[in-house]
Design a protein around this ligand. Structure first.
Ligand code: 2AM
Length: 484
């Protein structure tokens, strides 16, 4: 391994798939990168297999890694999120000098990133929480990168980060979204939106197959067609690809041989937990997360199937196929607008709560390429924020409002048809309920408030006067008193 000193622009430790691909991407873009892994075999393998792709400097120890990087140093940590990240950071800190930068490019919880940022600041070091989306392929060929950290760190990192990110219309899909935990926060919400988007696509597939009787390959054709319009997105494209795939062993549609129990490893759950803390109704993301948990509750599912068995034939509804396909498309689009509006609301609420100045239009810009939710749709979101930076909700901007108005009858028809057929569409249904809830003149929350005052003296506000009030429900004439 090399003993050259301090000539690398950047260093990276943790050479499992994501780290290795990110390192290759950095090297391929002309930056000298020092690479290290706890188990040296991975470092050796990277140098042997891909050493000719750029200027890679191998390091056997963290000391060697640090010594190979030009100051102020940038060390990217790409190890398993959680304890391993803390262990590596603890090892790194004594080896670094003031103004050096530690970058966690893993999928950390933003609260851990905030904690690590504070801890490293105490040592005169800069910590960056860098959200990287795009999976293995993105890491190698151009991901979407959400950087959270100081201006000093961004200045130093920017040339490398912008050169390795995906590019859409000449703009790199990378941005300094805010300080400390901001990068991992927006990456978390990105993944939450991804959950909602996938669930909506899955519900569309289920409806087209179960209600309208399309075969998986025919649903693939429908998705391919949709991908040529305003639903154009990576996820629709992949869905079409997967539905067209036949299992080599059985000759059956691939989707039929995959066990129907989905995982929800972390980020979706974190998004919902954080949304609850912030009080943001991200119903689409929450339903998508719960739909995954429901799918994994195999014992309850088996018990319910025994008692409430469904006859698939009964779920077939007499619909005009072409009309129904069009209605599902409209329902998918409208629900997607809701899911994204909710996700962007959560980013705004998180930014508010943590004092981060996050530019939502810029976020839409860097999600247009490289990441899993990349879609034409994000151009529209970017335009919406360009037109009106302080936007209250994406739902009401002219473009999306027109689309929702045009599709709302179809959306209702799809949700009603699904309910009648007994096909679960939690994301479609809850998005419609959210839409109807927002636009309602009066919500039954008034009764909820009255009930709370009745049994718990929780007080209420009135529509016609300022202040808080309580009604003495136990007294015969129920007098109202000011509660302040
Ligand atoms: P390894 O190859 O030595 O196992 C994904 O697991 C990556 O994180 C791997 O590169 C792995 O290194 C690294 N990793 C996991 N736990 C670690 C730890 N406690 N210290 C250093 N690297 C670790």
């Amino acid at each position: 391994m090399s003993t050259e000193h301090a000539r690398a622009t950047i260093g990276l430790t943790g050479l499992a798939t994501m780290g290795r691909n990110l390192a290759r991407n950095i090297a391929r873009n002309g930056h000298t990168i020092a690479v290290h892994n706890r188990t040296t075999a991975r470092t050796t393998a990277l140098l042997e297999e891909h050493g000719d792709e750029g200027d890679l400097v191998g390091a056997e120890t963290l000391e060697e890694l640090v010594a190979a990087i030009a100051r102020p140093r940038v060390v990217v940590v790409m190890v398993k999120a959680g304890e391993a990240t803390d262990a590596v950071i603890d090892e790194l800190v004594p080896l670094l000098d003031e103004d050096d930068i530690v970058v966690d490019a893993g999928n950390a919880h933003f609260a851990d990133t905030v904690r690590r940022d504070e801890a490293l600041a105490g040592h005169g070091l800069h910590f960056v929480g860098m959200g990287v989306s795009g999976g293995e392929d993105g890491a190698l060929n151009g991901p979407s990168i959400m950087v959270g950290g100081s201006d000093h760190a961004w200045e130093r990192l920017r040339p490398v980060v912008e050169s390795i990110a995906a590019v859409v219309e000449g703009t790199p899909c990378a941005a300094h979204v805010g300080p400390g935990g901001a990068g991992h926060f927006v990456k978390m919400v990105h993944n939450g939106i991804e959950y909602a988007d996938m669930q909506l696509i899955a519900e569309s597939y289920d409806l087209l197959r179960t209600v309208a009787g399309l075969e998986p390959a025919q649903v693939a054709d429908v998705f391919e067609d949709w991908n040529g319009g305003d639903l154009e997105s990576f996820l629709i494209e992949v869905a079409s690809d997967v539905l067209r795939h036949t299992d080599a062993e059985t000759g059956r549609p691939f989707v039929d041989v995959v066990r129907d129990a989905a995982e929800q490893k972390g980020t979706g759950r974190w998004t919902v937990q954080t949304a609850l803390d912030l009080g943001v109704p991200v119903t689409g993301i929450a339903e998508a997360t719960f739909a995954r948990s429901l799918s994994g509750h195999t014992e309850q599912r088996a018990a319910a199937r025994e008692v409430f068995a469904t006859d698939p034939e009964e779920q077939r509804v007499e619909v005009d196929r072409d009309t129904f396909v069009d209605q599902v498309r409209a329902a998918l689009y409208a629900s997607k607008v809701v899911a994204y509006a909710q996700g962007f609301d959560q980013v705004a609420a998180g930014a508010d709560a943590h004092g981060w100045d996050i530019d939502l239009g810029e976020l839409a810009t860097i999600w247009r390429g490289g990441c899993i939710i990349r879609a034409q749709f994000l151009d529209r979101i970017k335009e919406a924020y360009d037109d009106e930076p302080g936007l209250t909700t994406l739902l009401t901007t002219a473009y999306f409002a027109d689309a929702v108005k045009a599709g709302v009858d179809a959306w209702r028809e799809v949700v009603a048809t699904a309910a009648r057929a007994g096909v679960p569409t939690p994301a479609f249904s809850s998005s419609l309920a959210y839409f109807d809830g927002l636009r309602r003149e009066r919500l039954p929350a008034a009764l909820v408030q009255a009930l709370r005052d009745n049994f718990g003296a929780h007080t209420y506000e009135r529509v016609d006067r300022e202040g808080s009030f309580h009604t003495r429900w136990a007294e015969p004439d129920r007098p109202e008193v000011a509660a302040d």
